[in-house]
Design a protein around this ligand. Sequence first.
Ligand code: GDP
Ligand code: CA
Length: 328
Amino acid sequence: MRRVTIVCPAGGIGGARFISGLLRHLARANRQDEVIVIANTADDIRILGLQVCPDLDTLMYTLGGGISKERGWGREGETWQVKDELQSYEFGPTWFGLGDRDLATHLVRTSMLDAGFTLTEVTHALCQRWNPGVTLLPMSDDRVETHVVVEDDQGRRAIHFQEWWIRHRAALPALSFPIIGIETSRPTAQVLTAIAEANVILLPPSNPVVSIGTIMSVPGMREALASATAPVVGVSPIIGGKPVRGMADACLSAIDVATTAAGVAEHYGPRTAGGLLDAWLIDETDAAAQAEITALGIRTVVQPTLMIDDDAAANLAAAALDTAESLR
Ligand code: GDP
Ligand code: CA
């Protein structure tokens, strides 16, 4: 079989589980295809002088076998001595989990960035240790950060996305998601080449607003996707009107998109009309929405999409890949 290049723009946990399933499927099928992941970096945050890239790290640790299985982020076997010491000084944000092992990653990254390496180069260096089995690329080497405009009894203000997501559990009503620095950001040359040369593009079930949405907001990214020759197949992160994990509903309602498989499909739009999707995988629970989504001009495949274990994730990735290959 011909070796194909599969490109996946991805967020953290949903992206990592799906791509892990994809690698499992490729290994099962004895295929040697190349997988290139374009990671969201708009979740990034500078904390205590350290550049933290949550989605890059979730992808790298998950695919490299170092993720905490229980939490789904950060390192397995983590300890929290530095965090406890900082707390004794009553210093630093206590709501952001910086474990001792994880800190080493941020120290290496920040030191290398300060020395003048790009985030793409730093990620490559970190991956020398983790061997994630994919080429892991940040969406951009430019610093961009999602903020959230919220309003409560303290008035209207913008806070960092991480503060909204972790500290407030997305419970403060969001008015909008300004992405600081996005206008002047650019996709990297590696990202543009990957998209142009892709044989298949798969959108994992990542958050449509603050993962896939931010990646697509980098100027030039949508145009690159529009002119790609590869089919684009996405997986719905919404099952039965709810996100599987996390608070994507709070993000979708802020931008007036229904938290349904059809709502997200319509938001992404058919590629034939300037949107993102050639095909969309929805869960069996949402089978009744198939006709409505098909009518948008998006091929719709009904499939179990809950990644309850490694095999389920591999089967889901296999279905996405089969759909893409039937479109090529
Ligand atoms: P984050 O950056 O860590 O928030 O992760 P992503 O943006 O990559 O993915 C988050 C999304 O993954 C959430 O909106 C979930 O609904 C979705 N998700 C998580 N697990 C599953 C699953 O098993 N199946 C599907 N279809 N979606 C999932
Ligand atoms: Ca994220």
